[in-house]
Structures are given as structure tokens and as C-alpha cells.
Design a protein around this ligand. Structure first.
Ligand SMILES: Nc1ncnc2c1ncn2[C@@H]1O[C@H](COP(=O)(O)OP(=O)(O)OP(=O)(O)O)[C@@H](O)[C@H]1O
Ligand SMILES: [Mg+2]
Length: 376
């Protein structure tokens, strides 16, 4: 087992103007499950392949434990990689597929057999050891690919979208199995996905990449509660955080009819940049309906009735426990899309208007110009 360190690691593909991975700095702990996530083309696979030794590192270093592996060939790095397409040998049985790397390494047959049987037990593949890959389901093939990595008892597992060939239900099951297995084996793992839900549910920590640049590396909880910039705020969470550009007013920002208080320091930082607006983020579950609107009961009209932000309900999504309303609101003279989570018991009707206020302490403030987080 070992730590993994990306130290200013950079990859520029021949002929490219910009690096595919730009000065990547991450320290992965021994036994940690780190997920690399980001949109297509952001450099996830390149980062993984640099660690595997399948891609040159043009600047910086990569270390596994105390070993500088930057220029070592893949076979000397003590890693095992699971690819998206599994890459099983079709003419070999499951057992031979799983033991192949050990056979190449000259491990005695009886030892290989014992290791393969152990791994098969862990992965629930004992009954399939004699079969060829084509006679397996997608999920079983995926487990064989895992088994092939496990028998090698590497210092580090690398996985590049290993679940993307599975259907939605199997993907959810398998991600729990992989995360559980990794925890039991305690092998440091770097896992690539473009799916933020997968990242948030599997990772001890999550690293978000965009255009080859690391945006934030954090625990799922902290990433969700304190996104470091506008990109992470919009990328992590589903439905996405509402992000609206609003003018700065005295002591806060104007959000529809309400003034959202914002820390002085944050406003001062924005003003220092010459910004007259900031971008406020509110997650769908952090809006409260004014006066219990949408609860279906008789409404008491009060002077606060029209406080908050008026949202016209366009679409209602009922998910049982929760509901989401997709609506539009007039904010600073523009019509904006707004998503609000409501109780599934009483969802407002399509076409109605509800008034919402952001819950105190649950708003995020970002610089509109740089995207960086301004609030605490
Ligand atoms: N062999 C290559 N030669 C030149 N450019 C490449 C090569 N492989 C990848 N790239 C470029 O490097 C960037 C990062 O690619 P990479 O495959 O790492 O992205 P990714 O995050 O894994 O995307 P995806 O989610 O689509 O798999 C992209 O702009 C891509 O076009
Ligand atoms: Mg990729």
C-alpha cells in the first residue's frame, strides 16, 4: 500500500497549444479512494494514464510512496488498471483471464490458482471460473476485470470509468460493491468518472478537473457545502445549484424582493475588483416557501405575502418524498430559471406562482468576474 502524489504534473500532447493536464497537484493518502471527475475532455483519463505510465509526463513528478515513478515503465510501478471496456481475453476462461498477469510474472500455478479462487470468492465469481467472457453478463465481466486487478495485489488501483458499460441499475449496485471492496482491501485507488453522483457517493475525496486544471479537491460533504468556485458549484449537485448574477446593495445583495445578507469582506473583495454584481448560489433545497405556500391549506394573507422571489411554476417533478419545481423568476430585470425543492406531500400546481426566500446561512457568493468563492 502507498500514497500517490501528483507534483505539478503536466502533460502536453504533441502539437497541442494547451496542456491536457496542467500542473496537477494532489496528495492521495494511503488507502484512500480518490475520484477524478469533470466534463468530457477535462483531462481525467490523461491524469490516470500519467500515473499508470501510459502517458509521458512533460513537467513535474509523480510519486507512489517514496518512489519517483515519473519515468518508470508501467510494469515497474506496481499498479493495476481497470478500463472501461474491461479488455478481457475472449479465448481464455475467467480463471485464466484473472491469473494471466501472474502467469506472465512467472508465479507458480498452484499459487495462481489459490489467488484466483480467493478473488473469485470476494467477487462472487466462483461458479464462473471455467466460462469464457462471452458467456457472462456485463456486470460479471466487470467483476472479472476487477478480479484481474485484485489478484496482483498492487499498491494502487486505477479505474477509468469502469461502470460505463453497465445499465443504470447495475451501475448503482456495482458502485457500492466496488467502494465496499476497496475499503476492505484498503488499496489506494484513483477512480475516474464523468458522473458527479458516482464521484460523490464513492470517493473519500473528490478532485474536480476542468480544462486540465484542478478546481478543488475535497471530501464530498465539504465540496457540496463549500464549492470553491462557480464551476464546482454548478457541476456538483443535482438538480444543479441556482446561480444568479445580482447587484450589490448596502450590506448584501438584492435577490428579488429580499436582500440577502452577505459578509462585508466578501462584498469588499468584489468591490476591489471593480465588480458591481456578484453571483449568488442557492441549492434547490435551500429555498423556503413564503407563508407555507404550496402546502395546500388556506393561505393567510399577510403583508409578507409578496416578500421573497416570485417564481412562476412551469414544470413540477414529483419524486415521492420530494418534489422539484422548475420555474422562472424575474431577477434584476431578467427572466431566470429557478429550481426549488418542495415537500412531496404538497407540491404547488403548474402555472401557479410561489414566493421563495433563500434560507439564512445557506447561500453561496461568488465573484462574477473570476468565479472564485467570496463567502466563507
Ligand atoms: N493521444 C492524444 N493526443 C492528443 N490529444 C489528446 C490525446 N488524448 C487526449 N487528448 C486531448 O487531451 C484532452 C484531455 O483528454 P482526456 O482523454 O484526458 O479527457 P477525459 O477527461 O478523460 O474525457 P472523457 O470524459 O471524454 O473520457 C482532450 O482535449 C483530448 O482531446
Ligand atoms: Mg476519459
Amino acid at each position: 500500500m502507498a500514497t500517490v502524489t501528483y507534483d505539478q504534473a503536466t502533460r502536453v500532447y504533441p502539437g497541442a497549444d494547451t496542456p491536457a493536464v496542467d500542473k496537477l497537484d494532489i496528495e492521495i493518502e494511503d488507502g484512500e479512494f480518490l475520484v477524478l471527475v469533470g466534463p468530457s475532455g477535462c483531462g481525467k483519463s490523461t491524469s490516470l494514464r500519467m500515473l499508470a505510465g501510459l502517458e509521458d509526463v512533460n513537467e513535474g513528478n509523480i510519486r507512489i510512496g517514496d518512489r519517483d515513478v515519473t519515468h518508470l515503465p508501467p510494469k515497474d510501478r506496481d499498479i493495476a488498471m481497470v478500463f472501461q471496456n474491461y479488455a478481457l481475453y475472449p479465448h481464455m476462461s475467467v480463471a485464466d483471464n484473472m491469473g494471466f498477469a501472474l502467469k506472465i510474472a512467472g508465479v507458480p500455478k498452484t499459487e495462481i490458482r489459490a489467488k484466483v479462487e480467493d478473488a473469485a470468492k470476494i467477487l462472487d465469481l466462483t461458479d464462473y471460473l471455467g466460462r469464457k467472457p462471452k458467456a457472462l453478463s456485463g456486470g460479471q465481466r466487470q467483476r472479472v476485470a476487477m478480479g484481474r486487478a485484485i489478484v496482483r495485489e498492487p499498491q494502487v488501483f486505477l479505474m477509468d470509468e469502469p461502470l460505463s458499460n453497465l445499465d443504470a441499475k447495475l451501475r448503482v449496485q456495482t458502485r457500492t460493491q466496488i467502494a465496499g471492496l476497496q475499503r476492505r482491501l484498503g488499496i489506494t485507488t484513483v477512480y475516474v468518472t464523468h458522473d458527479q453522483v458516482e464521484a460523490m457517493t464513492m470517493g473519500d475525496r473528490v478532485a474536480v478537473l476542468k480544462d486540465g486544471l484542478l478546481q478543488q479537491v475535497d471530501t464530498p460533504r465539504h465540496m457540496y457545502d463549500r464549492p470553491a468556485n462557480l464551476f464546482v458549484a454548478g457541476f456538483i449537485g443535482s438538480p444543479a445549484m441556482n446561480l444568479v448574477e445580482v447587484p450589490i446593495t448596502d450590506g448584501g445583495v438584492k435577490f428579488g424582493n429580499s436582500v440577502v445578507p452577505v459578509e462585508r469582506d466578501a462584498l469588499a473583495t468584489a468591490a476591489d475588483k471593480g465588480d458591481t454584481t456578484v453571483t449568488v448560489g442557492v441549492r434547490p433545497e435551500h429555498f423556503d416557501l413564503v407563508n407555507g405556500e404550496g402546502t395546500g391549506g388556506a393561505k393567510t394573507l399577510s403583508k409578507d405575502e409578496h416578500a421573497g422571489l416570485a417564481v412562476t411554476v412551469n414544470v413540477v417533478e414529483e419524486l415521492g418524498a420530494d418534489g422539484y419545481i422548475y420555474g422562472t423568476a424575474e431577477i434584476s430585470g431578467d427572466s431566470r430559471d429557478v429550481v426549488v425543492r418542495v415537500s412531496g406531500r404538497n407540491v404547488p400546481e403548474k402555472g401557479s406562482t410561489v414566493h421563495v426566500v433563500p434560507r439564512g446561512g445557506e447561500t453561496h457568493v461568488f465573484s462574477t468576474s473570476s468565479g472564485e468563492r467570496l463567502s466563507d
